[in-house]
Design a protein around this ligand. Structure first.
Ligand SMILES: C[S@@+](CC[C@H](N)C(=O)[O-])C[C@H]1O[C@@H](n2cnc3c(N)ncnc32)[C@H](O)[C@@H]1O
Length: 276
């Protein structure tokens, strides 16, 4: 319970909707009429933002009749994108109640609330029946979850036989852990990084076949170069979710991740797996 509170306190600072409205107004966007594009700098709360979500969606063999699960759905950007791209239903599950509230509000504003719903809850005790989903994905969430075997067991339980699982996350490299804060944890106590090998073995052990596991560091570097170039031109950086969510700790948190990616302490990975 102490860990759950540490995680939700880290993510939830209150007044998120008001802060998002202010950010949208500053962008010249009417907060009552946002679009997927105008929300994208804020509602894609993971490295490389919408670019990474599009790539993950490219790897999803999703169909309009599918019901897909997003674990650790944040304020719902990836879930809305996937639902709108495939015309399918998406259920988001997130530990942070404020994120679920904001996710529902934004989803209604975008007219997607008949396709996308959000439940507040723990990925280690998913409030869903066995074999409920045709596919599942999770973006930058497992770093908050110590019990990886429990997480993979829950994915396996709620997926139908043969269903796909896509994960995009940061793995532990060879050279020690990152400095803190990071965007997912204020201190090392709430951060649980696994190596890519441990992730591969854990998923196999839980009953998944690994279709592929990619190191996407080159994409992270290219995105960082483009962001720096945008700022040098006097533009806003393309990815502003960490600043929106975390306020004053955003700058050191992003700098710590950038350094750890550069020196191999963190490795961005994408995994495509299938339930056996
Ligand atoms: C870095 S954010 C990513 C949000 C979203 N996946 C995205 O990419 O926009 C991590 C999210 O994981 C959620 N989370 C952390 N631990 C969780 C758990 N045990 N169960 C469900 N959600 C969890 C947090 O509340 C937070 O919203």
């Amino acid at each position: 319970m102490a860990l759950v509170t540490a995680i939700t306190d880290h993510y939830s600072r209150g007044n998120l909707l008001a802060r998002l409205h202010a950010a949208l107004c500053d962008d010249g966007v009417d907060p009552a009429h946002p679009t997927m594009e105008t929300l994208a700098p804020y509602d894609q709360f993971h490295g490389r933002g919408m670019e990474a979500t599009r790539e993950l969606a490219d790897a999803m063999p999703a169909r309009p009749s599918d019901h897909i699960l997003d674990v650790g759905s944040g304020i719902g950007g990836p879930a809305r994108f996937v639902a709108s791209r495939f015309g399918c239903r998406v259920t988001g599950l997130d530990l942070t109640p404020e994120f679920c509230d904001v996710a529902r509000r934004l989803t209604k504003l975008l007219g997607l609330d008949d396709q996308v719903v959000f439940d507040a809850g723990d990925a280690l005790a998913m409030p869903f029946g066995d074999a409920s989903f045709d596919g599942a994905y999770s973006m930058n969430v497992s770093m908050n979850i110590a019990d990886k075997a429990g997480l993979y067991r829950e994915f396996h339980r709620v997926l139908k036989p043969g269903a796909w699982l896509l994960l995009s996350e940061l793995a532990q490299g060879d050279a020690g852990g990152p400095d803190y804060p990071t965007p997912w944890a204020s201190t090392a106590d709430a951060s649980f990084l696994a190596t890519a090998d441990a992730t591969r073995h854990g998923l196999a052990e839980a009953g998944f076949d690994i279709v592929r596991l990619d190191n996407t560091i080159d994409k992270s570097r290219a995105f960082a170069d483009r962001s720096r170039a945008a700022v040098a031109r006097g533009e806003k950086p393309p990815h502003r979710a960490v600043m929106l969510m975390h306020g004053e700790i955003a700058k050191p948190a992003m700098a710590n991740v950038a350094r750890a990616l550069e020196d191999g302490r963190l490795i961005p990975i994408e995994i495509v797996a299938r339930k056996r």
